[in-house]
Design a protein around this ligand. Structure first.
Ligand SMILES: *Cc1c(COP(=O)(O)O)cnc(C)c1O
Length: 390
């Protein structure tokens, strides 16, 4: 079987985890701040907070920006459900902005159109969550400019995008956003098993993110409502959660960070080969905006209808049968029954609909071998002419 993505764990990664297991602290020890510092330094962000998943990171990012009942949050429909669920956790409403036909990221023109209408009806969003699909940054300068004009805050869902760049700078530096979120799930670019992180440059947001990830408890006198009762004292000043990452996970993440650039370079080498080998008039290859350097979490091709007498669905099934665990990232969020019940009009998202009928994520991960890649290419090009190898 060839998965669409998987982790790459080295002996050094294993040793780093073993070292924590033999140490005094399995959680709330030194590995978490060390991992946070490594990511913050890499991204040139002032603050980084490790949490137990990107889903938790998105939740506390929304809470820290004051998202609550009566607020609107907008995101892309072509994303994992967590990008939208985070707003619902806060009691807010979610709406979607259609995608761009070339990058498959949130379309800036669709966003602007929707903002113009929303301003008239008094339904402007409080927060917009652009998602860097497959690792390619959204057009953050333009989204940021719209944020200034219409007064919304920005959370970058960069779950796919650590190691990528926008306008020459590492994604995560928050030049054009309030908070950036990374995921360290094993299919993503680096892993901690489960895990995520929030980055920000804003000292107020930093205090808030830190509190929300650990029960809303503060331990510094400066953050308390009155002088401490004694040396044992702490205060819960808001309703937070236990979203902390363990030191076992952080040690793995810190060790993986050392190979981040290598991982992304390997993904680019694979993408270059795919781009050469899959030059077919019925395949649309991923287009890269010149302002971006993608982390290449995913390699998404689009099957232009029936060009070789086979539908998108048939090709998908044949690849799966051949042991190539292709995937579709993503099912438009508004089509999930939970969201359907809230009520969205599919006609509002023609590009997302078209994307969903054509997209396939083919294997893309640092340890994919050349012969495995060749097998994938052959299977795509000759879907009826190959034997099942697995
Ligand atoms: C994976 C992913 C998430 C959720 O990440 P977890 O760490 O699994 O919670 C959120 N958004 C996007 C776009 C993702 O791909």
């Amino acid at each position: 079987m060839i998965p669409y993505g998987r982790q790459d764990i080295s002996e050094a990664d294993i040793q780093a985890v073993v070292d924590v297991l033999k140490s005094d602290f399995l959680t709330q020890g030194p590995a978490v701040p060390a991992f946070e510092k490594a990511v913050a330094d890499y991204c040139d962000a002032h603050y980084a907070f490790a949490v137990n998943s990107a889903t938790s990171a998105l939740h506390i990012a929304c809470l820290s920006l004051g998202v609550g009942k009566g607020d609107l949050v907008w995101t892309s429909p072509i994303t994992f459900v967590a990008s939208a669920n985070c707003a619902l956790y806060c009691g807010a409403e979610v709406d979607f902005v259609d995608i761009d036909s070339a990058t498959y990221n949130m379309s800036v023109s669709a966003l602007e159109e929707k903002l113009v209408k929303a301003e008239k009806t008094g339904r402007l969003p409080k927060v917009v969550i652009p998602v860097h699909l497959a690792g390619q940054s959204c057009e953050m300068d333009k989204i940021h400019a719209l944020g200034q004009k219409y007064g919304f805050r920005i959370i970058e869902d960069a779950s796919h995008a650590i190691g990528g760049k926008y306008k020459g700078k590492a994604i995560g530096g928050c030049q054009y956003s309030d908070i950036t979120v990374f995921s360290f799930h094993p299919v993503k670019i680096i892993t901690t098993g489960e895990g995520g992180m929030c980055l920000t440059n804003d000292p107020q947001l930093a205090i808030s993110l830190n509190r929300y990830r650990s029960h809303g408890i503060v331990r510094q006198a400066s953050e308390m409502t009155h002088a401490p009762d004694g040396p044992w004292y702490y205060q819960q000043i808001e309703l937070g959660y236990n979203y902390r990452m363990t030191d076992i996970q952080a040690a793995l993440g810190l060790s993986q960070m050392k190979r981040l650039d290598e991982f992304v370079a390997e993904r680019h080498a694979l993408a270059t080969r795919y781009n050469e080998l899959l030059q077919e008039d019925w395949i649309e290859l991923p287009w890269q905006h010149p302002d971006t350097y993608s982390g290449l979490h995913l390699f998404i091709i689009r099957i232009k209808k029936n060009k070789q007498g086979i539908t998108h669905r048939q090709l998908f099934e044949k690849l799966r049968t051949a042991g190539i665990l292709v995937n579709l990232h993503y099912i438009p969020v508004y089509t999930h029954p939970y969201y359907e019940a809230i009520g969205y009009d599919r006609k509002e998202f023609p590009q997302a609909e078209s994307y969903y009928s054509e997209a396939i994520s083919i294997p893309m991960f640092a340890t994919l071998t050349e012969s495995e890649q060749q097998f994938v290419v052959d299977a795509i090009k000759k879907p009826s002419g190959y034997q099942n190898l697995f």
